[in-house]
Design a protein around this ligand. Structure first.
Ligand code: G6P
Length: 364
């Protein structure tokens, strides 16, 4: 892959469009149909060690931290290991208890983010087992960790992460499946997730083919004073990342909240100038989410939904194809990358190099 723009006006657009191929790459050679699992050659964690893991703690910054939130949910759902994610920058400063039965995972596109690297070094000094989920091969975090999973997104040039975000989420799905099949995930569930993973490249291409529609929606919402992003459980990390993406590239203020927390404060902000983007997978929380949409409508809030079916309460719905529920966050993030991109374009922003930001922050 070269650094050529390949006919695109920006790297961000090029990298968004590369996602079907990028996801194909992270899957390639790793799926084992015979045992309904995946092989992760660099993991350096045998079955006995994997069975001994009592907790998983994922550390990263920015978009990498958000993929960690998705990763933690996947690991908890598929491998039934309690898991959570925390910004690496917070973790390293709070003198956290380092537990020998916890598997620590550092996640980073560049593999050079100083806060994440410092967290890894502190963990290693205290004898912890640390794996990396990293894009850049041979980077500092890849070298310092005991093993890990490369995400194979290819070079990402735009400051704002898109394809690497998606590929990292897929890499976490692979890791969760691998750990799950060593522990208690059934063959049938293993097969189900593998079939879902295989569908992703084509489904991502399908979402990308709706770009013109998303461009029109971005123009409609570009006048927002601020945007609210909401989701429950699987939808929540997607809302977090979409909100960060919009802020980074369009400079529109945005906030992400669990949909259930809206009534505990941020509902006070809802008015026509503050639209809400709602991430609504068709899972067992859909009814709860619909009730939240009603609360927003009652305050005259505009709603843009990302969902598997048309949402009556929403002013607009972006439809995404169905996959397995555990993989919903991966697909639902894609249209929101395009929304951020086209909002920034409509507002005339410098898309590949947003003000005040760097691709990787290698200083404290
Ligand atoms: C910077 C970038 C973010 C990125 C974060 C982590 O803050 O502006 O877009 O998510 O670093 O970078 P990493 O290379 O560790 O994934």
């Amino acid at each position: 892959e070269s650094y050529d723009m390949g006919g695109h006006d920006t790297y961000m657009h090029k990298e968004i469009c590369e996602q079907p191929d990028a996801v194909d790459r992270v899957l390639r050679g790793r799926i084992d149909d015979r045992f309904s699992t995946v092989h992760l050659g660099g993991l350096n964690l045998d079955a006995r060690e994997a069975r001994g893991v009592r907790r998983v703690k994922i550390l990263g910054c920015g978009s990498a931290y958000h993929t960690g939130l998705i990763g933690a949910q996947l690991i908890e759902e598929l491998a039934r290991i309690p898991a959570d994610a925390e910004p690496a920058s917070e973790f390293r400063y709070r003198n956290a208890v380092v537990d020998p039965d916890t598997l620590y995972i550092a996640v980073s596109q560049s593999g050079e983010t100083y806060d994440t690297l410092a967290a890894v070094q502190e963990l290693k000094r205290k004898g912890a087992r640390v794996l990396g989920v990293v894009n850049v091969v041979g980077s500092a975090i890849a070298r310092e960790t005991d093993g890990g999973v490369y995400v194979h997104a290819g070079p990402e040039v735009c400051v704002v992460s898109t394809k690497c975000f998606t590929n990292t989420a897929v890499a976490f799905a692979l890791l969760a499946l691998h750990l799950g099949r060593i522990r208690d995930l059934s063959v049938a569930d293993g097969k189900r997730i593998i079939a879902g993973l295989r569908k992703l490249p084509e489904q991502i291409a399908e979402v990308l083919s709706g770009e013109e529609e998303i461009k029109k929606l971005a123009a409609l919402y570009a006048d927002a004073k601020s945007m609210m992003f909401i989701g429950r459980v699987r939808g929540y990390p997607v809302a977090r990342e979409a909100s960060l993406k919009l802020k980074e590239v369009s400079y529109v203020h945005a906030e992400a909240y669990p949909a259930s927390e809206l009534k505990h404060g941020p509902l006070a902000l809802i008015e026509p100038e503050v639209p809400t983007v709602a991430v609504l997978p068709d899972d067992d929380l859909l009814e709860k989410n619909r009730a939240t949409l009603e609360e927003i409508k009652a305050r005259s809030g505009r709603i843009l939904a990302v969902a598997h079916q048309e949402q009556e309460k929403a002013d607009h719905t972006i439809l995404v194809p169905r996959n397995e529920v555990e993989l919903d966050p991966i697909l639902m993030g894609i249209p929101l990358q395009l929304l951020a991109y086209h909002s920034a374009l409509a507002l005339g922003r410098d898309i590949d190099k947003p003000r005040n930001l760097a691709k990787s922050v290698t200083v404290e």
